[in-house]
Design a protein around this ligand. Structure first.
Ligand SMILES: *Cc1c(COP(=O)(O)O)cnc(C)c1O
Length: 407
């Protein structure tokens, strides 16, 4: 009989977003007239920047000419885009990341999952709690964990709590981990990591020969100038960190698809007693398993770095961050404890009194007709919290706040 990958069966039943959809459907069938406002799933809502659309249109026309047509592109991405990223995101901020250390891809979600392809199975792995569920689930799917317990923790994974007690700082572990996933600005808590905190992480990783998988999908939302946008702004990070970046949130590319991953050539790991560099393995992996991002989309991504592109994405980011301010202001004055929402498009709210995350979800759904995301869906330490996203129209955000305050 055919065998399936039984590790998939370990995945928590009723995963967060399907469960949210189920409860919304249930509510809608009982209240067909209700006008729900969704501040739940982290998808952008504003249209694509003009500079990106113009660049993509030009690229389409080029593809329609004999000279401009392009077939399979380099799996690592076109050199002009890699150079543009190296220059604008790294060299200009003092980080020595070269173009060929940048791999263009169709998403950080995919890359942060696929990276496990080149990493051994025996590694000790730590994630923060709460956490972006993709990091956990892909470890489960690839057989790197045991079973899940009642609060959603998997055997074989270690969880580093980030909550109000530790000021949403991931404390440096005493134990030695081989791989640590960090995401700053953080989804779901909206917390950021200071230069000092990241320096401690890099020191820890170098001392323990660990690898930091650093997800910086929200770096564009950082307002505070002292907060690093990249882990490579920390000395030594090139020896211990991979960074994931994406055009999804800053330029509204969630439906267009373009991201990149930085694998410094200095990153090393062992295969038995032999030392190998991670760059070569990832390059090999991408060459075999990935076809690259379309030429058209890469031209769109390149336009993000043009003068017009920069102005337009700054406007997009400011728009969402004004939403975040509105959320924070209203909820704070209504007596809620609100975290995040300053350098990240998420407000992380303490649920009132002893209400659980799901009870608060049901309460807001029924009394305010507002949909958010229960903190417990992101991990055990997210229990008692609730995430509201700033990705929505101004009108919806304001309406949602008035309804929540009233309820
Ligand atoms: C949205 C998001 C991403 C971006 O994912 P893409 O696959 O590039 O769209 C990455 N990490 C986190 C934590 C996110 O919330």
């Amino acid at each position: 009989m055919l065998q399936v990958n039984a590790d998939y069966l370990k995945l928590k039943a009723g995963y967060l977003f399907p469960e949210i959809s189920r409860r919304i459907k249930d509510f809608k069938s009982k209240n067909p007239e209700s006008d729900l406002i969704r501040l739940g799933i982290g998808d952008v809502t504003e249209p694509l920047p003009l500079a990106c659309r113009q660049a993509m249109k030009m690229a389409i026309d080029e593809m329609g000419t004999k000279d401009g047509f392009r077939g399979y592109g380099p799996e690592q991405g076109y050199q002009w885009l890699r150079e543009c990223i190296s220059e604008n995101d790294y060299l200009s901020r003092g980080s020595e990341i070269s173009a060929d250390e940048i791999f263009i891809s169709d998403g950080s979600k995919c890359d942060s999952s696929n990276i496990l392809d080149i990493l051994g199975k025996g590694n000790k792995i730590a994630v923060t709690d709460p956490v972006y569920p993709v990091y956990v689930d892909t470890n489960v799917m690839t057989g790197r964990t045991g079973e899940v317990n009642a609060v959603g923790e998997y055997q074989g994974l270690s969880y580093i709590p980030i909550n109000s007690e530790n000021g949403f700082e991931a404390e440096i572990p005493k134990e030695k981990f081989d791989i640590i996933y960090l995401c700053f600005p953080n989804n779901p808590t909206g917390a950021v990591a200071t230069k000092d905190q990241l320096t401690s992480w890099v020191k820890y990783a170098k001392k323990n020969n660990s690898l930091i998988l650093f997800d910086a999908a929200y770096e564009a939302f950082i307002k505070d100038e002292s907060i690093p946008h990249s882990i490579y702004e920390i000395e030594g990070a090139k020896d211990c960190a991979i960074e994931f970046r994406s055009f999804s949130k800053n330029a509204g590319f969630t439906g267009t698809r373009c991201a990149f991953t930085v694998i410094p050539k200095s990153l090393k790991g062992n295969a038995g007693s032999e030392e190998v560099d991670l760059w070569s393995l990832w390059n090999r992996r991408q060459s075999t398993k990935f076809n690259g991002v379309s030429y058209i989309v890469q031209r769109g991504a390149e336009a993000v770095y043009s003068k017009e592109g920069q102005q337009q994405i700054n406007r997009l980011v400011s728009f969402y961050m004004d939403n975040a301010q509105i959320i924070k202001k209203h909820l704070t004055s209504a007596g809620f404890e609100v975290f995040g929402a300053i350098n990240a498009p998420y407000a992380w709210i303490k649920t009132p009194e002893t209400m659980s995350s799901w009870d608060f979800f049901d309460f807001l759904l029924e009394n305010a007709n507002v949909v958010g995301t229960p903190g417990s869906g992101f991990g055990a330490a997210g229990e008692g919290y609730f995430r509201l996203s700033a990705f929505n129209t101004r009108e919806n955000v304001e309406k949602a706040m008035q309804r929540i305050v009233k309820s």
